[in-house]
Design a protein around this ligand. Structure first.
Ligand SMILES: Nc1nc(=O)c2c([nH]1)NC[C@@H]1CN(c3ccc(C(=O)N[C@@H](CCC(=O)O)C(=O)O)cc3)C=[N+]21
Length: 294
């Protein structure tokens, strides 16, 4: 079998176009421009690239975006005060604190300081907790983007066997919950899992979110599986690679995401979606179909 490419770049572009229409409607009907504030502490070079990409994506659909670069030695107290000010700013509908943060900063405390109604990353406890019952204010962008990719295959999730590799708070755990909500029998594997291949071979849907290049090879897959690669690993030669060995996996899978051009662009598109959603709520507009998963 040769897998079909699950083209995140194209699907993200389509979703961004839908967001642009919603931004236009907000402007015309409510005179409101959705706004996002990105706080970036220190000068991690990778973070700078991401933040620039996010800002460009926002501006391209007519949103307001502001980036607040703060020096690495900024204090926790200053950052908390900064976030409180953004919470109170009416022009700001989404607040994102770029991770990773310098070591002296308590990142969790910063995330909890964000108004959950502006937590467009979906990282606040109130939103991650809301995932349990299925009604958070915002879904975390990466797993939500994965759900959109799965939807695109047209393959029903209900009753399928899903395996997530990775148990992080921002990808693996919320991903597992979303798949459960969508009706998949779901296993979350992680570094303590005894026989990873035993589990992955059962998977109709496999999501790898570990950060280890080449972890998943074709021989570990069930023939016809849908394979979603969340990993972004910078190789020694400067190239990006996922957690999945594309060469062998694409011989066995029915659908597979590339890296780059798979999950990454979806993450950014979902961030825009969450910010537009937040602005729609502020304007008293509906929060219907676009908030549902799968
Ligand atoms: N508060 C916070 N929220 C985040 O969502 C967040 C964060 N911090 N810190 C860093 C990670 C990483 N992340 C990516 C988003 C898009 C691409 C992306 O678009 N990647 C392109 C390739 C980009 C390249 O060439 O480097 C692709 O996969 O095609 C990658 C990584 C969001 N993150």
């Amino acid at each position: 079998m040769t897998a079909r490419i699950l083209d995140g770049k194209a699907i993200a572009a389509e979703f961004r176009n839908e967001c642009a229409v919603r931004v236009q409607r907000l402007k015309e009907e409510k005179g409101l421009v959705p706004g996002i504030a990105v706080v970036i502490v220190g000068d991690d070079p990778a973070s700078k690239v991401y933040v620039r990409n996010k800002a460009q994506a926002c501006e391209a659909i007519g949103m307001h975006s502001e980036v607040h670069p703060l020096p690495a030695e900024t204090t926790q107290a200053h950052l908390l005060a900064f976030i409180h000010a953004l919470n109170a700013a009416p022009a700001i509908h989404g607040i994102l604190v770029q991770l990773p943060l310098p070591k002296h900063i308590d990142g969790q405390a910063l995330i909890e300081a964000i108004d959950p109604a502006k937590d467009v990353d979906g990282f606040h406890q109130a939103n991650l907790g809301g995932l349990i019952t299925g009604h958070p204010a915002f879904y975390p962008c990466t797993p939500w983007g994965v759900m959109k990719l799965l939807e695109h295959t047209g393959i029903p999730i209900e009753g399928k066997s899903a395996v997530v590799i990775g148990r992080s708070n921002i990808v693996g755990k919320p991903m597992g919950l979303m798949l459960v909500h969508a009706g998949a029998t779901t296993t979350i594997c992680h570094r303590k899992t005894q026989d990873l291949a035993f589990h992955t071979r059962q998977a109709d849907i496999l999501v790898a979110a570990v950060g280890k290049a080449g972890l998943v090879t074709g021989d570990m897959l069930k023939p016809g599986a849908v394979v979603v690669d969340v990993g972004i690993n910078r190789l020694a030669n400067g190239k990006l690679a996922g957690d999945v060995d594309f060469e062998t996996a694409s011989q066995v899978a029915s659908w597979i995401t590339p890296v780059p051009g798979g999950v990454g662009p979806m993450t950014i598109a979902m961030l825009l979606g969450n910010t537009v959603k937040s602005a729609e709520r502020a304007a008293g507009l509906g929060t219907g179909a676009e908030t549902r998963i799968a």
